[in-house]
Design a protein around this ligand. Structure first.
Ligand code: FE2
Ligand code: FE2
Length: 252
């Protein structure tokens, strides 16, 4: 099973990268999963952003800590192939996992939120334990949406040998550690952002820099500039033949 996971789509440059390039990749993969938590001008998922991502070829859209920043998400998560984090409190709208299938095989996809510098979420470790006990699939992909590298690596080690792959998101900075853990789980601390890197994690440089220089709140603006698509490619077959490799495309 060949999967492409596209990292946090940020604002208009992110949507442009997805619209321009993802259709060209569609036939190379069985399934395409896209993190869309910042696609609505940096904050949340709007109907328009969702439509662009899906029309470009995504089978499933994931969210994150920005899940509820745009009001459209509340209706979208009820009817569309979208997941928000599994470890929100009971009663949260939407679903924390999704079953996809391709070529007669099934893929369970879930996302958990880290808790260090992220807020008061339920325990992501036990949350995944419960999910894995309940839902069976040929392959399992866990997206860990977290700020801190150690928390993500801890989750990777916790899940090694129990899931097919664990990919990190949220920091908007790709890490160069894609590879296999000791028991065969494919792992990368962060896939990186799909958006413009002439920015501060996708935010407009001037206003984001002013936060640091003035120590006062500043207006939120997502950046404009040449886009890059940052994704991670997974090939899942048996644990031994798993492959993971980063995929990067730059807007000409
Ligand atoms: Fe993000
Ligand atoms: Fe995030």
């Amino acid at each position: 099973m060949r999967i492409l996971f596209v990292g946090d789509v940020m604002g208009e440059p992110g949507l442009r990268a997805v619209a321009l390039h993802l259709p060209d990749l569609r036939d190379r993969y069985d399934l395409i999963i896209v993190n869309g938590e910042n696609s609505a001008r940096g904050k949340g998922l709007s109907r328009r952003a969702y439509r662009i991502i899906r029309e470009a070829g995504a089978d499933l859209v994931t969210l994150g800590n920005h899940a509820w920043d745009h009001k459209d998400a509340y209706a979208l998560v009820e009817t569309e192939p979208i997941i928000r984090a599994l470890n929100y409190p009971p009663g949260t709208p939407g679903k924390g996992h999704w079953l996809l299938s391709a070529g007669g095989e099934s893929l369970l996809v879930t996302q958990v939120m880290g808790r260090v510098y992220m807020g008061s979420f339920d325990d992501p470790f036990r949350g995944i334990d419960h999910l894995l006990a309940e839902v069976k699939a040929d392959y399992v992909l866990v997206e860990v949406h977290a700020e801190v590298t150690s928390e993500k690596m801890a989750m990777g080690q916790y899940l090694d040998g129990r899931v097919s792959a664990m990919l990190g998101t949220h920091t908007h900075i790709p890490t160069a550690d894609a590879g296999l853990l000791a028991k065969g789980t494919a792992y990368q601390t962060d896939v990186g952002m799909t958006g413009t890197y002439r920015s501060i994690i996708g935010g407009d440089t001037e206003s984001f820099l002013a936060r640091f220089l003035t120590a006062r709140p500043q207006p939120f603006r997502s950046a404009e500039g040449p886009a890059r698509l940052h994704a991670t490619e997974l090939v899942l077959q048996t644990a031994k033949s798993t492959r993971i490799s980063p995929y990067v495309w730059e807007e000409p």
